[in-house]
Design a protein around this ligand. Structure first.
Ligand SMILES: Cc1cc2nc3c(=O)[nH]c(=O)nc-3n(C[C@H](O)[C@H](O)[C@H](O)COP(=O)(O)O)c2cc1C
Length: 191
Protein backbone atom coordinates (compact mmCIF):
# COMPACT_ATOMS: atom_id res chain seq x y z
CA UNK A 1 0.00 0.00 0.00
CA UNK A 2 1.42 3.41 -0.91
CA UNK A 3 0.81 6.38 1.39
CA UNK A 4 -2.22 7.63 -0.53
CA UNK A 5 -3.86 4.21 -0.32
CA UNK A 6 -2.99 3.99 3.35
CA UNK A 7 -4.53 7.44 3.99
CA UNK A 8 -7.75 6.39 2.25
CA UNK A 9 -7.90 3.02 3.99
CA UNK A 10 -7.04 4.32 7.46
CA UNK A 11 -10.56 5.08 8.64
CA UNK A 12 -12.45 4.57 11.86
CA UNK A 13 -13.74 0.99 12.08
CA UNK A 14 -16.46 0.02 14.51
CA UNK A 15 -17.13 -3.64 13.64
CA UNK A 16 -14.46 -6.32 13.72
CA UNK A 17 -13.94 -10.02 13.05
CA UNK A 18 -12.91 -11.90 16.17
CA UNK A 19 -9.54 -13.07 14.79
CA UNK A 20 -6.98 -11.89 17.37
CA UNK A 21 -4.28 -9.44 16.34
CA UNK A 22 -0.83 -11.07 16.26
CA UNK A 23 0.96 -10.07 19.52
CA UNK A 24 4.13 -9.39 17.50
CA UNK A 25 2.24 -6.71 15.53
CA UNK A 26 0.91 -5.17 18.75
CA UNK A 27 4.47 -5.10 20.04
CA UNK A 28 5.60 -3.37 16.86
CA UNK A 29 2.86 -0.72 17.22
CA UNK A 30 4.19 0.03 20.69
CA UNK A 31 7.84 0.11 19.59
CA UNK A 32 6.99 2.56 16.82
CA UNK A 33 4.80 4.83 18.95
CA UNK A 34 7.59 4.91 21.56
CA UNK A 35 9.74 6.97 19.18
CA UNK A 36 7.21 9.44 17.73
CA UNK A 37 7.82 13.18 17.90
CA UNK A 38 6.95 14.77 21.22
CA UNK A 39 6.84 18.45 22.18
CA UNK A 40 10.15 19.40 23.83
CA UNK A 41 10.83 15.65 23.61
CA UNK A 42 8.90 15.60 26.89
CA UNK A 43 7.48 12.07 26.36
CA UNK A 44 4.72 12.53 28.91
CA UNK A 45 2.51 9.86 27.32
CA UNK A 46 2.09 6.46 28.92
CA UNK A 47 0.35 3.45 27.41
CA UNK A 48 -1.51 0.33 28.45
CA UNK A 49 -1.59 -2.39 25.78
CA UNK A 50 -4.63 -4.58 26.43
CA UNK A 51 -4.58 -7.97 24.72
CA UNK A 52 -5.89 -10.28 27.48
CA UNK A 53 -9.34 -11.34 26.13
CA UNK A 54 -10.95 -11.12 29.57
CA UNK A 55 -9.83 -7.50 30.02
CA UNK A 56 -10.70 -6.64 26.41
CA UNK A 57 -14.24 -7.90 27.11
CA UNK A 58 -14.54 -5.95 30.35
CA UNK A 59 -13.64 -2.67 28.63
CA UNK A 60 -16.37 -2.83 25.98
CA UNK A 61 -19.23 -1.35 28.07
CA UNK A 62 -17.07 1.67 29.02
CA UNK A 63 -17.05 2.93 25.41
CA UNK A 64 -19.57 5.25 23.74
CA UNK A 65 -19.53 4.54 20.03
CA UNK A 66 -20.63 6.58 17.02
CA UNK A 67 -22.42 9.61 18.42
CA UNK A 68 -23.85 10.31 14.93
CA UNK A 69 -25.74 7.00 14.77
CA UNK A 70 -28.49 5.30 16.76
CA UNK A 71 -26.91 3.05 19.39
CA UNK A 72 -28.23 -0.15 17.79
CA UNK A 73 -26.36 0.70 14.56
CA UNK A 74 -23.18 2.33 15.83
CA UNK A 75 -22.27 0.17 18.82
CA UNK A 76 -20.55 -3.11 17.97
CA UNK A 77 -22.46 -6.15 19.17
CA UNK A 78 -20.88 -9.26 20.69
CA UNK A 79 -18.96 -10.94 17.90
CA UNK A 80 -18.19 -7.54 16.33
CA UNK A 81 -16.20 -5.90 19.11
CA UNK A 82 -12.54 -4.87 18.95
CA UNK A 83 -10.05 -7.55 20.01
CA UNK A 84 -7.34 -5.34 21.51
CA UNK A 85 -6.96 -1.86 22.93
CA UNK A 86 -4.22 0.65 23.55
CA UNK A 87 -4.94 3.17 26.27
CA UNK A 88 -3.09 6.47 25.87
CA UNK A 89 -2.52 8.39 29.11
CA UNK A 90 -0.56 11.44 30.13
CA UNK A 91 1.56 11.10 33.21
CA UNK A 92 0.84 13.55 36.01
CA UNK A 93 -0.01 17.08 34.93
CA UNK A 94 1.54 16.59 31.49
CA UNK A 95 2.54 19.74 29.64
CA UNK A 96 0.72 22.32 27.43
CA UNK A 97 1.32 20.18 24.36
CA UNK A 98 0.32 16.78 25.63
CA UNK A 99 -2.93 16.55 23.65
CA UNK A 100 -0.98 17.22 20.46
CA UNK A 101 1.44 14.47 21.42
CA UNK A 102 -1.55 12.18 21.99
CA UNK A 103 -2.90 13.00 18.52
CA UNK A 104 0.43 12.22 16.91
CA UNK A 105 0.64 8.97 18.85
CA UNK A 106 -2.80 7.65 17.96
CA UNK A 107 -2.41 8.51 14.28
CA UNK A 108 0.92 6.67 14.24
CA UNK A 109 -0.73 3.62 15.77
CA UNK A 110 -3.66 3.80 13.36
CA UNK A 111 -1.49 4.04 10.24
CA UNK A 112 0.89 1.35 11.46
CA UNK A 113 -2.03 -0.98 12.18
CA UNK A 114 -3.70 -0.20 8.85
CA UNK A 115 -0.53 -1.19 6.98
CA UNK A 116 -1.18 -4.72 8.36
CA UNK A 117 -4.88 -4.68 7.45
CA UNK A 118 -5.83 -3.99 11.06
CA UNK A 119 -8.61 -1.49 11.65
CA UNK A 120 -8.74 0.97 14.52
CA UNK A 121 -10.92 3.55 16.19
CA UNK A 122 -9.68 6.52 18.18
CA UNK A 123 -12.04 6.83 21.13
CA UNK A 124 -12.50 9.83 23.37
CA UNK A 125 -16.02 9.26 24.70
CA UNK A 126 -14.96 6.67 27.23
CA UNK A 127 -15.77 6.24 30.91
CA UNK A 128 -12.25 6.76 32.13
CA UNK A 129 -12.83 5.93 35.77
CA UNK A 130 -14.17 2.50 34.79
CA UNK A 131 -11.20 1.97 32.45
CA UNK A 132 -8.69 3.01 35.13
CA UNK A 133 -10.30 0.62 37.55
CA UNK A 134 -10.53 -2.36 35.17
CA UNK A 135 -6.91 -1.98 34.06
CA UNK A 136 -5.47 -0.91 37.44
CA UNK A 137 -3.90 2.09 35.74
CA UNK A 138 -1.36 3.87 37.98
CA UNK A 139 -2.99 6.72 39.90
CA UNK A 140 -0.93 9.47 38.21
CA UNK A 141 -1.57 8.23 34.66
CA UNK A 142 -4.50 10.21 33.27
CA UNK A 143 -6.29 8.46 30.38
CA UNK A 144 -6.83 10.66 27.33
CA UNK A 145 -7.66 8.39 24.39
CA UNK A 146 -8.40 4.74 23.83
CA UNK A 147 -7.48 2.99 20.58
CA UNK A 148 -9.68 0.06 19.58
CA UNK A 149 -8.02 -2.47 17.29
CA UNK A 150 -9.06 -5.52 15.27
CA UNK A 151 -9.56 -6.87 11.78
CA UNK A 152 -12.46 -4.93 10.25
CA UNK A 153 -15.64 -6.81 9.37
CA UNK A 154 -17.11 -3.78 7.62
CA UNK A 155 -15.91 -1.21 5.13
CA UNK A 156 -15.62 2.52 5.42
CA UNK A 157 -15.68 4.82 2.39
CA UNK A 158 -14.95 8.50 1.99
CA UNK A 159 -17.77 10.35 0.22
CA UNK A 160 -18.20 13.95 -0.92
CA UNK A 161 -20.07 16.32 1.37
CA UNK A 162 -23.67 16.40 0.06
CA UNK A 163 -25.53 19.53 -1.09
CA UNK A 164 -27.01 19.89 2.38
CA UNK A 165 -23.48 20.40 3.74
CA UNK A 166 -23.93 17.62 6.32
CA UNK A 167 -20.68 16.06 7.51
CA UNK A 168 -22.46 13.38 9.56
CA UNK A 169 -21.17 9.91 8.74
CA UNK A 170 -23.83 7.34 7.88
CA UNK A 171 -24.29 3.68 6.98
CA UNK A 172 -25.12 2.56 3.43
CA UNK A 173 -27.49 -0.29 2.51
CA UNK A 174 -24.74 -2.83 3.34
CA UNK A 175 -24.12 -1.26 6.75
CA UNK A 176 -20.75 0.04 5.59
CA UNK A 177 -19.66 3.44 6.84
CA UNK A 178 -19.73 6.50 4.55
CA UNK A 179 -17.70 9.42 5.80
CA UNK A 180 -18.15 12.83 4.13
CA UNK A 181 -14.90 14.77 3.81
CA UNK A 182 -14.74 18.41 2.80
CA UNK A 183 -13.12 19.24 -0.55
CA UNK A 184 -9.55 20.51 -0.43
CA UNK A 185 -10.58 23.79 -2.06
CA UNK A 186 -12.90 24.43 0.89
CA UNK A 187 -10.28 23.88 3.59
CA UNK A 188 -6.97 24.98 2.10
CA UNK A 189 -5.79 28.33 0.82
CA UNK A 190 -2.89 28.21 -1.60
CA UNK A 191 -0.79 31.37 -1.72
C1 LIG B 1 -10.01 12.65 19.13
C2 LIG B 1 -11.05 11.70 18.56
C3 LIG B 1 -11.99 11.15 19.41
C4 LIG B 1 -12.94 10.25 18.90
N1 LIG B 1 -13.83 9.66 19.76
C5 LIG B 1 -14.71 8.76 19.28
C6 LIG B 1 -15.60 8.08 20.16
O1 LIG B 1 -15.58 8.29 21.37
N2 LIG B 1 -16.45 7.16 19.63
C7 LIG B 1 -16.47 6.87 18.30
O2 LIG B 1 -17.24 6.01 17.89
N3 LIG B 1 -15.63 7.49 17.43
C8 LIG B 1 -14.75 8.42 17.89
N4 LIG B 1 -13.89 9.04 17.03
C9 LIG B 1 -13.91 8.71 15.60
C10 LIG B 1 -14.54 9.84 14.76
O3 LIG B 1 -15.93 9.78 14.89
C11 LIG B 1 -14.09 9.62 13.30
O4 LIG B 1 -12.72 9.93 13.20
C12 LIG B 1 -14.90 10.50 12.33
O5 LIG B 1 -16.23 10.11 12.29
C13 LIG B 1 -14.32 10.46 10.92
O6 LIG B 1 -14.20 9.15 10.46
P1 LIG B 1 -12.81 8.63 9.90
O7 LIG B 1 -11.89 8.47 11.09
O8 LIG B 1 -13.08 7.33 9.24
O9 LIG B 1 -12.27 9.68 8.97
C14 LIG B 1 -12.95 9.93 17.51
C15 LIG B 1 -11.97 10.49 16.68
C16 LIG B 1 -11.03 11.36 17.18
C17 LIG B 1 -9.97 11.93 16.26
Amino acid sequence: MNFKELSIQCRTYRRFSQKPVDPAILQELMENVRIVSSAMNGQVLRYVLVKDPALVKKLQPAIHWAAALPKELGTPKEGEQPTAFILVCKEGRGNPWDDIDAGIAVRNIALNACAYGIGSAILGAVEWNRVKDILSVPENWNPRLLMALGYPSCESHIVDVPESGSIKYFLDENKNYCVPKRALKDICLVK
